[in-house]
Design a protein around this ligand. Structure first.
Ligand SMILES: Cc1ncc(COP(=O)(O)O)c(C=O)c1O
Length: 409
């Protein structure tokens, strides 16, 4: 039995999800799942794969046709100089790609610099590989960007990887080309790897998404990671991929890929081929609708009398909002004590202190049926914030705002 795993924290997002199952008519703004369904191109390709008996073992790294289409997409859309399709490895979603990649990259105690705040499975997958996390602050006043000088100060002889996530979960920040060039130069100078998590590459509003691996000379030490989850509304189907130029690293990753999945579901891989061969209009349609939902949600937030603050994000589909620390005094029913359903340990004091963002989250769930994620779950700098996912249907977003309006004066 691995006692070590007991020290790897499980994301609070999962705890919230379990809490939400007990809520009737909930507003599910907690999890990062889009309300759209996968396009017909995906469904038809999967149905055909089933009818054609595509139910046998496959090559570990992925169906050759899928690798070929992905290599072409990486060259054309992301500007990455992918040589052979063999450089592409197909995974069981983006989280699986990160898990096997960190297993292959890290020796125990190797340091990985990650943003603070950050989507919790990033640290979970690093810690599972016995890596050490070093957090680098993102600055809200800089559009949730990191300061490259501060990043440089975090580099030690044990640093192995700089992890980037742009567009960013939870803040929606998008890293500029200028910053990426500076980070690439830093990685080059110190001989570091860059893991570039581009799960939200297609969800950008009025800014450009730049893949760091497209910067001249840096693909050899960068692993760009992608998923079909957000771009093609395929969250439950589980399909992701990464590109690795370095043959030695690729061999290690292929080993862990084999041990953890043998091959990704054949039917789902055919679905991926359908997604890439079909019309790409759907990706743009989702993006446009997400922008409209962002604007709708923030217009609602504006009506809450300054309860929340924060600028609309440039990318991804989350509102990461700072809340009024005096929120208890603003409750419409001040005597309402429903802050913590007894059986839940979410507000259990840590080091003697109760987390304000957990406390407010529990109140919103129990008194307002509103799912959200406490900022503290994303790292120390996330305390004082809540994350709401605005990729839900418009009536659900409006319902959540209405519920907030009723809860607070
Ligand atoms: C930053 C980030 N990276 C990667 C993923 C992986 O998504 P999936 O495992 O569904 O492909 C997510 C999903 O929410 C994410 O937010």
């Amino acid at each position: 039995m691995s006692h070590y795993l007991d020290s790897v924290p499980f994301s609070g997002i999962i705890r919230i999800r379990d809490l939400m199952y007990a809520v009737e008519r909930p507003f599910r703004l907690d999890q990062g799942d889009v309300s759209f369904d996968a396009p017909d191109s995906v469904k038809a390709a999967m149905a055909k794969a089933i009818a054609d008996n595509r139910s046998h073992y496959l090559q570990t790294a992925g169906l050759p046709r899928l690798q070929e289409l992905l290599a072409e997409k990486l060259r054309r859309k992301n500007g990455i100089a992918v040589g052979s399709p063999d450089e592409v490895l197909v995974t069981n979603g983006g989280i699986h790609a990160l898990y096997i990649l960190f297993q292959a990259l890290l020796d125990p105690g190797d340091e990985v610099i990650i943003p603070d705040p950050q989507w919790p499975p990033t640290s979970g997958t690093i810690l599972s590989a016995r890596g050490t996390i070093v957090r680098c602050p993102l600055h809200e006043q800089m559009g949730w960007r990191l300061d490259v000088d501060e990043l440089a100060e975090q580099v030690t002889p044990r640093t192995r990887v700089i992890y980037l996530n742009s567009p960013h979960n939870p803040t929606g920040g998008v890293v500029t080309r200028e910053d990426l060039e500076a980070i690439a130069a830093l990685a080059d100078k110190h001989g570091l790897w860059i893991v570039s998590d581009e799960a939200y590459e297609d969800v950008v509003f009025d800014v450009e998404h730049v893949s760091v691996a497209s910067i001249a000379g840096i693909y050899s030490r960068t692993v760009p990671v992608y998923t079909f989850s957000k771009s093609y509304a395929m969250t439950g189907l589980r399909l992701g991929y990464m590109a690795i130029a370095d043959a030695a690293l690729r061999d290690r990753v292929r080993k862990v890929l084999f041990f953890t999945t043998s091959n990704v579901s054949s039917v789902v891989q055919y679905g991926g081929i359908g997604a890439l061969e079909g019309s790409q209009d759907v990706v743009e349609q989702y993006r446009v609708e997400l922008q409209a939902r962002r604007d709708l949600f923030y217009a609602g937030v504006e009506t809450l009398g300054g309860f929340f603050s924060g600028r609309p994000p440039s990318g991804a589909f989350y509102a990461f909002l700072r809340f009024d620390p005096g929120w208890k005094a603003r409750r419409a029913t001040p005597s309402d004590t429903r802050t913590a359903p007894g059986h839940v340990s979410a507000t259990t004091p840590k080091n003697g202190e109760v987390s304000p963002s957990w406390e407010l989250t529990e109140y919103l769930i129990s008194a307002g049926r509103i799912g959200c994620i406490p900022g503290a779950d994303f790292g120390p700098l996330g305390e004082g914030y809540l994350r709401f996912c605005f990729a839900r249907e418009r009536p659900e977003l409006e319902g959540a705002i209405e519920s907030l309006r009723r809860l607070f004066r």
